[in-house]
Write a protein that binds this ligand. Structure first.
Ligand SMILES: [Zn+2]
Length: 871
């Protein structure tokens, strides 16, 4: 649609009338508990001609929207009601949350477009071809991905009703020309956690004191999902099912505009993008910034009319593509972030006066309207932008183009994690039909793939593998890098052009044993042991399942090889240190039983099991050697609650629960003093100040280790343990590192830049591992970790304790000040300190950062199985 000033004026006037009514009635809102007042929305709608057959949110709830915090099921029920009554509304689903709550989206458009949705979705699926687009504009408004930022979901419900019911000409025109997708609640589990908390502590009289429990959530807050994860950091790596469903939804609709609605600190005002200009990721096209700026005029006008002060161009950035407002920017859409000061409950006193939930809802409602109006006014520009975004990324013959050869060495499961990620992001790739060789390294069909550079998702692909270390502004709202090669521990050869006959779109049947198709364990009857190479990531879950069933599993303390016969040829089958041996002859179990249980576990975990007919080694050790140690069953617990870091606790929980199927207890820190720790084998401690634990807790933990327990501690937990003499190894922390920064000659106004330099938002650094140390078994000699805290061990370590150290030139990608790079170089980063019968495993970094660090998370399985009570 061409830009029409007369239409814009009409739209603005209608909106002003609607919005002013909504806003003014908020000031008059009746005290809670009085006779049910007419809904604020109903009042606001009183001047707008509405479809009376539709139920407003207030009529549906029986009280004004926002008087109590909505639960997710109420939102879904209301959307269903609306869809059943209005020909303008249908529903789409982005799947379920971990706790099985459905993620619904209202698809709102003219009834004519509703009837043509199949055709429109077909057109959307062709958008990435980069040809002239057909069909309506697609606007996606998505709210409350942080569950305790609830005003968004409430505004979304009001806005869904408004678009469904309004008979205003501009709304009719909008719905003829556009499809508006409204997803009210993007983090259903966190949303309900917060709603229950806020409602539980809301009285008849509003309490604005920030110390009131209503505004002071328990641990964990509603920000994260079931596993306490921040879903608004999960758009690239998709570790959570909420994100997987949402990204599939994104590509199904391939929207032109995405609004992402949040809340921020209660003493702030209102923010909308553009953010800080120098902190836009360089791969985002300039035309995207220009459109964001044009759209901002509509938000400015809407909020000015409401006398709501705001800011843009500061604080927030457009950098990390793992967020809801930036993922669209690297996928052909224009994403805009909105942030409203949070009441975190009904009303909260702030430096700017009282911030109320109702004002928050009204503000997000206002920018929802300015979003659709802005997008409609810029319709052609947004469509042209998307077409141009994809049109220059095509290749006539993608198979023949240059690309990346990618390998997850000897680990099909980790390679397949990458494949699943590519599928969800609609990145095209090829399997290999035979091995390729580069620099003396073999890239096998079983562990490698090829990804062509020239393809519609070229921009996202570049972003995933970006390793830059230079930035205009070294200030980062979140991590400064997310290189997938480092995170997944991949080997990547760029600029490869393989022969076409080496590539295939079909997965090959790789496993030596097609286990699912066998009716009985397929190994020869003369097998004496069943062997598993520890490089396979599911091996850790496989081993745990066998131990749970009472099967004896041993791990090797060194690498070895066995002689095998394959296709009548003798081959050398290599095993890394840490590899598992299941002797078929075991006390208390028949050979048939051992074979059966191993077979069942192998099917479940999809690991390759090698049967051997002899205990004799080809190189290294024989199978009866003392260098095979029996793994003991594990009973781990994680110290959680106040004082621990909910994100890191959630990550360890996710890993043990979902990837190893190990039952793990989350125990609040303040309960440690009254617990019997002897029933646990391992205690995990994350980042945190553990302020509710004291010297008694330290004595108990020290005794736990003396008696044979293992503490696995990372980041600030190490400082806590060292200060209380549980850990002897000295740790250098922020206080030490900050002294390395020189502020001489800086002006007062240089403070922010100075602090930004001292802050490690998240940079990827390389460690050199001692691969003969049990803590690193199955890992390569170099691993990359995400470093986001100034902390490392001092170099005066006791002999044979260090398992990994920072490299001399450690920075792999992202921003880290030179002062840090020099200070961390060659410092120990991973260690095991023996104490009495037990041990403390110390990690200077979180080696499973956000559960995306698949290349190094094995260290936690190693700590569970290989660092055990001394004999
Ligand atoms: Zn947020």
């Amino acid at each position: 649609m061409p830009f029409r000033l007369d239409l814009l004026i009409l739209i603005t006037m209608t909106f002003m009338r609607f919005f002013c009514l909504l806003f003014s009635c908020l000031l008059l809102s009746a005290p809670l508990g009085a006779q049910p007042a007419p809904s604020q929305l109903d009042l606001a709608m009183s001047n707008v001609q509405l479809d009376k057959s539709l139920t407003s949110p207030a009529a549906f709830l029986g009280y004004p929207l926002g008087e109590w915090h909505l639960r997710h099921d109420q939102i879904n029920y209301y959307l269903n009601t609306l869809a059943s009554k209005s020909p303008r509304v249908s529903l789409d689903s982005a799947g379920f949350s971990h706790e099985a709550r459905e993620q619904l989206t209202a698809v709102i458009t003219s009834d004519k477009n509703q009837r043509n949705l199949t055709q429109i979705l077909q057109q959307r699926s062709e958008a990435k071809q980069g040809l002239a687009q057909q069909g309506p504009l697609v606007i996606w408004l998505a709210y409350s991905i942080h569950g305790d930022e609830a005003s968004g979901a409430h505004a979304a419900l009001a806005f869904s009703y408004y678009l469904a019911a309004s008979q205003e000409p501009w709304v009719k025109q909008l719905l003829e020309q556009a499809i508006v997708l409204i997803t009210p609640s993007q983090n259903p589990d966190g949303f309900d956690r917060f709603a229950t908390w806020a409602n539980n502590h809301q009285g008849q009289t509003i309490v604005t004191d920030e110390n009131h429990r209503e505004h002071w959530q328990d641990w964990p807050t509603g920000r994260g999902n079931h596993y306490f994860a921040d879903l608004n950091r999960d758009w690239l790596f998709l570790r959570h099912k909420e994100s997987q469903g949402r990204v599939a939804f994104f590509h199904k609709w391939q929207p032109h505009y995405v609004g992402d609605f949040h809340e921020m600190w209660h003493s702030q005002s209102y923010f909308f993008q553009p953010g800080v200009v120098d902190r836009i990721y360089p791969l985002t096209p300039k035309a995207n910034h220009e459109l964001t700026e044009k759209l901002a005029d509509f938000h400015r006008k809407a909020l000015d009319e409401a006398k709501q002060v705001y800011f843009s161009g500061q604080l927030f950035d457009d950098f990390f593509y793992g967020k809801g407002s930036t993922y669209p920017d690297i996928n052909g859409s224009v994403g805009v972030l909105f942030e409203q000061a949070s009441a975190r409950g009904q009303a909260q006193a702030s430096a700017n006066g009282t911030v109320t939930f109702q004002t928050a809802i009204a503000n997000h409602f206002a920018t929802s309207i300015s979003s659709v109006q802005g997008a409609l006014a810029l319709k052609q520009a947004l469509i042209d932008y998307q077409t141009a975004f994809f049109s220059d990324k095509q290749s006539k013959d993608p198979v023949r183009s240059k690309g990346r050869l990618i390998r997850a060495l000897n680990d099909t499961a980790r390679r397949d994690e990458l494949i699943n990620l590519f599928r969800l992001h609609q990145i095209q790739f090829n399997y290999l039909t035979k091995s390729l060789f580069h620099s003396g390294q073999e890239y096998r069909p079983i562990d490698s793939i090829f990804v062509a550079d020239n393809q519609p998702q070229q921009a996202l692909l570049s972003a995933l593998f970006d390793k830059r270390t230079d930035f205009k502004d070294p200030t980062f709202y979140d991590i400064s890098t997310w290189d997938i090669e480092s995170a997944l521990g991949l080997n990547v050869v760029p600029n490869v052009t393989p022969d076409i006959d080496v590539l295939t779109r079909r997965p090959m049947q790789y496993h030596q044993l097609n286990l699912k198709n066998t009716t009985a364990p397929p190994w020869p009857q003369n097998s004496v042991a069943l062997m598993i190479n520890w490089q396979q990531s599911p091996a850790s879950g496989f081993v745990n399942q066998l131990m749970t069933k009472g099967v004896q599993v041993k791990f090797s303390n060194q690498e070895f090889s066995l002689k095998q016969t394959q296709n009548q040829q003798t081959i050398q089958q290599k095993f890394v240190a840490g590899s598992s041996q299941i002797p078929v002859k075991q006390t208390g179990k028949s050979i048939a039983e051992v074979r059966q249980l191993t077979w069942e576990a192998a099917i479940k975990w999809q690991v390759d099991v090698i049967a051997t007919a002899s205990s004799a080694n080809f190189t290294g050790i024989d199978l009866g050697s003392d260098d095979f140690t029996t793994i003991k069953p594990v009973v781990p617990m994680i110290i959680s609650g106040y004082g621990s870091d909910a994100f890191e606790v959630g990550e360890i929980w996710y890993y043990l629960d979902k990837k190893l199927s190990v039952p793990v207890s989350l125990v609040n820190a303040e309960r440690i003093n009254s617990l019997d720790l002897s029933r646990y084998t391992h205690v995990f401690m994350t980042e945190g100040n553990f302020s509710s634990m004291n010297d008694t807790s330290a004595r108990k933990l020290g005794q736990f280790v003396q008696n044979g327990g293992v503490i696995i501690a990372q980041k600030a937990a190490l400082t806590w343990l060292n200060k209380r003499n549980v850990l002897s190894q000295e740790v250098q922390t922020e206080r030490y590192y900050h002294k390395l920064f020189n502020s001489d000659g800086l002006r007062f106004s240089d403070q922010a830049a100075f602090k930004a330099k001292q802050h490690i938002g998240g940079a990827i650094v390389n460690l050199t591992l001692d691969t003969s140390h049990p803590l690193t078994f199955g890992m390569p000699s170099t691993v990359a970790v995400m470093k986001n805290k100034p902390l490392a061990f001092e170099t005066n370590s006791a002999p044979f304790t260090v398992a990994g150290q920072y490299q001399d030139q450690l920075l792999s990608s992202g921003y880290m000040a030179q002062e840090y790079q020099r200070a961390f170089a060659n410092k120990p980063a991973m260690m095991v300190e023996r104490k009495g019968k037990g041990a403390i495993v110390g990690l200077a970094d979180n080696m499973m950062f956000r559960n995306i660090w698949l290349g190094s998370e094995k260290v936690y399985a190693n700590a569970l199985y290989f660092i055990q009570a001394a004999p």
